[in-house]
Design a protein around this ligand. Structure first.
Ligand SMILES: Nc1nc2c(ncn2[C@@H]2O[C@H](COP(=O)(O)OP(=O)(O)O)[C@@H](O)[C@H]2O)c(=O)[nH]1
Length: 600
């Protein structure tokens, strides 16, 4: 019997079922019944309105029905399930309510005439489906991210005021290009910086023990031996080395001996040059900001330590030809950078305070009035302690008493004048200078200011650089003039040494930035005071480790054009489209349904 279209209730073995979408309407439906080739009923349907199901939904439902009906008996699904499945697909694409009646037709006569009945067609269909499923499965499995394994690196920052340990972590399979290195943990070593142990070097090594034990806990045991451990010392050790190189060597020996007892891969301890310290701070800031990888405009780095301060930035006006000693060139991720960097030894905040106080105590009197300390502040200090640093030792007043009484008067303007006295603005043999005859190109771009810049400005509530510079100075003026008793009452938990020095430190920072580096009222707002970037401390240590482990490639790494999810999605969509195409390509083999549907 040819394809049959039944009008009204079928007089054959008919099975009627109504399936409705959300807002079911009672419509007369046209049921198109197609003959089967596998001996089981073949189903199709159409709505009374041609627009009820869109072309895609019709195609899907028809394809699905054909596919299901072509399955061999053993795999055949119940007619109602088959229809549900095909309807589900079509309903997904149909916005109109649909009412369908299901008619089962046993039409065995068609079996012989319809090519769908041949085993070859069935086999081709099954193989096609298996191939598509296999393709999607392979794509998913092949690109499935493996369980993440990490590698670690440890850097000890042996600063002038203290030592800090940083543990970095990055995905094991990406250590040479795309993986992001992040700070996993940091540990502040108790006690002063290692340069303070010149007279008892062994203690310098011992002081590191607690943080190193912590590192053993943070780095998984099986990674200990492959974890590089570096120690970099900065301006404190630079000064000790200048003053007493054998004492500095002994401190290093003690420190090395202590570090080698730990199971990490010890890579040595060394004193960083000021240029390295500035350049690696700049690398850290721009690496964490992802400006290097993306080739974006870089951010200058302003680092204020205890014994030195660094300024590093890229300027269009600087190609390294003027004052080449300030130039550091990098090729990172396929981009060339010509960095200007300078480290001012003795201009860290602790040494700058010494220099300022040395200026104020030149007369060698028993009393020193200090405008940078709060009114009501008074303390007895030792001349030999104040002048015990290569930054001031040659200025020690002769015939001064052992001690002096340090008395605060809290006057911002006088403090600013005293601070200015430590800068020399008189000589400059270059086209332009910052201070002390040091070349500095025109300032350019945004800046990140960290370490003591952040500690101080954060405490003083002055990190918002959109506030006009004049207002910032006015606030600081009021703060400096506040009585010391009031200050101590307002900040009971703050270390007294830090608390006493914030007026000086704030004044020094503003003077260094505006008078020293030539930031103006406008360019001051380009500075951002930062402590951390995306959870990692801003400082030289990360840049130092990235450099020593060659973790920033000179050339941009090849990255897959698509992320994993995008890749799998595209493969899946293409596979489904291929499947539909395959079904459509078998159109000549489709059983023909009557072209004249009739109302049931
Ligand atoms: N206010 C404040 N000052 C700090 C803190 N930690 C360190 N400092 C001071 O900030 C300055 C710079 O510290 P740091 O960056 O560790 O410099 P470094 O010791 O020279 O490497 C030093 O004068 C420290 O005494 C802190 O948590 N709060």
């Amino acid at each position: 019997m040819p394809n049959s279209v039944l009008k009204g209730r079928s007089t054959r073995k008919t099975h009627t079922q109504t399936q409705t979408h959300k807002h079911t309407h009672k419509h007369d439906s046209i049921i198109t019944v197609c003959p089967v080739m596998t001996g089981k009923p073949l189903l199709s349907f159409s709505h009374h309105s041609a627009t009820s199901l869109g072309p895609l939904s019709r195609l899907l439902s028809t394809s699905t029905l054909f596919f299901l009906s072509s399955l061999p008996h053993s795999l055949s699904l119940s007619p109602s399930f088959s229809l549900s499945l095909s309807l589900s697909l079509s309903l997904c694409f149909s916005r109109s309510p649909v009412s369908v009646k299901f008619i089962e037709v046993d039409n065995r006569e068609m079996k012989e005439k319809n090519p769908w009945q041949t085993p070859v067609t069935i086999i081709i269909t099954v193989i096609g489906v298996i191939a598509i499923v296999a393709l999607v499965t392979v794509a998913v499995l092949q690109n499935k991210p493996l369980p993440q394994k990490y590698k670690y690196g440890i850097v000890l920052d042996a600063g002038s005021s203290h030592t800090a340990l940083y543990i970095y972590e990055w995905p094991a399979e990406k250590d040479n290009n795309t993986g992001r290195v992040e700070q996993k943990h940091s540990c502040k070593v108790k006690g002063p910086g290692i340069s303070s142990y010149a007279s008892a070097p062994v203690k310098a090594g011992e002081s590191l023990r607690v943080c190193m034990e912590e590192a053993k806990q943070w780095v998984p045991g099986k990674r200990h031996h492959q974890t590089p451990l570096y120690l970099g010392a900065t301006a404190g050790m630079r000064l000790l080395n200048m003053e007493n190189s054998s004492a500095s060597d002994k401190v290093f020996q003690a420190v090395e001996g202590a570090l080698q007892k730990f199971p990490f891969s010890y890579q040595g301890a060394r004193i960083l040059s000021g240029q390295d310290e500035g350049a690696f701070g700049w690398v850290t800031v721009n690496y964490l900001d992802e400006r290097l990888k993306q080739g974006l405009e870089t951010r200058g780095a302003l680092d204020l330590g205890g014994a030195s301060t660094q300024i590093s930035f890229v300027s269009d006006n600087y190609d390294g030809s003027e004052s080449p000693s300030n130039s550091v060139t990098f090729r990172l991720y396929g981009n060339d950078y010509n960095l200007y960097t300078h480290s001012f030894l003795c201009y860290g905040k602790d040494q700058a305070l010494r220099m300022t106080q040395a200026h104020q105590s030149q007369a060698g009197l028993a009393t020193v009035l200090d405008p940078c300390f709060h009114p009501g502040y008074t303390a007895t200090k030792n001349y030999s302690v104040l002048y015990d640093s290569p930054c001031v030792s040659d200025r020690k007043p002769k015939g001064a008493p052992d001690t002096f009484t340090h008395i605060g008067i809290g006057d911002f303007l006088q403090c600013q004048a005293a601070v200015k006295s430590v800068f020399n603005f008189t000589s400059c043999k270059y086209s332009r200078c910052s201070f002390n005859g040091v070349f500095q190109p025109l300032l350019q771009g945004p800046y990140g200011a960290f370490s003591a810049y952040y500690f101080v400005m954060n405490f003083l509530n002055l990190t918002d650089t959109s506030v006009p510079l004049e207002d910032v100075k006015e606030k600081l003026k009021r703060y400096c003039a506040t009585n010391w008793d009031q200050i101590t009452q307002q900040h009971p938990g703050v270390k007294l040494k830090y608390l006493a020095e914030y007026c000086f430190s704030g004044t020094y920072i503003l003077t260094l930035l505006t008078e020293g580096y030539n930031f103006t009222s406008e360019s001051y707002s380009d500075i951002k005071f930062i402590e951390k970037i995306k959870g990692s401390d801003a400082g030289w240590t990360l840049g130092y480790m990235l450099n020593l482990t060659n973790m920033i490639p000179a050339e941009a790494p090849d990255t897959p054009p698509l992320p994993h999810v995008g890749y799998v999605s595209i493969v899946s969509v293409i596979a489904v489209l291929l499947f539909i195409l395959f079904i459509v390509s078998l159109r000549p083999l489709w059983p023909r349904c009557s072209k004249q549907p009739q109302i049931v």
